[in-house]
Write a protein of this length. Structure first.
Length: 296
């Protein structure tokens, strides 16, 4: 297969979907996520769970069994000294840095569930990082971008978009880092995207006047990292990353929409959405042992 052609159109490109597996809460969510990947994506899509190396020994044995039965790996990554002080939300960036064998990778937060049949071609776009608008940006005013882009010696992007949930109007690009798909190779000569994202986060993390860089460092640097890597953003439709909770907390799940992916945030939201049973059923069907079922 010509990798350039595959990477260009996304339809036949090889893809790894990866996520964080960390005890106790994220090992259960990660197992649900993996079951949804195996249910909703083609069989040739690879899946990898990443656990911080210092916590690997804490993983429940059933998590290892579940990943083995569903044809996925659990790999480790180092966190020591990667962010100072420690920044657990940065684990997604550290996981992105790890090498993978496919042409494309997509990071998904552990509290994500795929609920409709999907293909890489619906998500990937050559020369782009695919992501969705963030649900809201209640933690800061728009003036914060002056400090962020100033530290990076970049102009603020001219584009303006509405946030997914709470938006007074079009705003400076601000994306969710809960679902991010990117090419694994450097096609622009400016560096592999995860390396650029990590470098961008390190620069912005030194701006002491940015009081809210923890825990928002990953999201506040994502748009700038995309442009610094010589790529552009492919803004996914809400149906490809439907964020629950917040403004939608007490609203019924919109069954009349073709939603492919939900980001449920916590088990209460998953239960209220009516999708908890589906998550458990997929997991039990694909693992099939009482030992693993105890996990959920």
């Amino acid at each position: 297969m010509d990798t350039k052609v595959a990477a260009a159109d996304g339809k036949d490109a090889s893809l790894t979907i990866f996520y964080i597996v960390e005890p106790p809460e994220y090992e259960i969510m990660a197992s649900y996520l993996l079951a949804s990947i195996r249910t909703r994506f083609p069989a040739n899509v690879k899946a990898i769970g990443y656990c911080p190396k210092h916590r690997y020994h804490e993983l429940h044995p059933a998590v290892h069994v579940a990943h083995e039965k569903m044809g996925a790996e659990i790999r480790t990554f180092d966190t020591d000294g990667r962010f100072e002080p420690a920044y657990p939300h940065g684990n997604k960036i550290l996981a992105c840095l790890e090498p993978r064998e496919t042409e494309w990778s997509m990071f998904a937060d552990s509290d994500v569930l795929f609920i409709r049949d999907n293909t890489p071609g619906n998500i990937l776009r050559a020369g782009h990082v695919s992501c969705s608008m963030a649900a809201s940006m209640l933690w800061a005013e728009q003036s914060i971008w002056e400090d962020i882009y100033g530290a990076l010696e970049m102009d603020i992007p001219p584009e303006r978009y509405r946030l997914m949930r709470r938006s007074k109007g079009p705003v400076i690009p601000y994306f969710s880092s809960g679902l991010v798909a990117f090419p694994e190779t450097d096609t622009t000569g400016k560096g592999r995207f995860p390396d650029v994202w990590y470098e961008t986060a390190q620069i912005v993390d030194q701006v002491e006047t940015l009081d809210r860089r923890r825990p928002y460092l990953d999201q506040m640097t994502l748009p700038a990292a995309i442009r610094r890597a010589g790529l552009d953003w492919n803004i996914l439709p809400e149906e490809q990353h439907f964020i629950l909770g917040g403004k939608l907390r007490n609203q019924p799940f919109p069954e009349d929409r073709e939603i492919f992916t939900i980001h449920y945030r916590n088990m209460d939201n998953l239960r209220r959405s009516g999708k908890l049973g589906e998550a458990r059923d997929n997991h039990n069907r694909l693992t099939g042992t009482k030992f693993v079922r105890r996990l959920v």
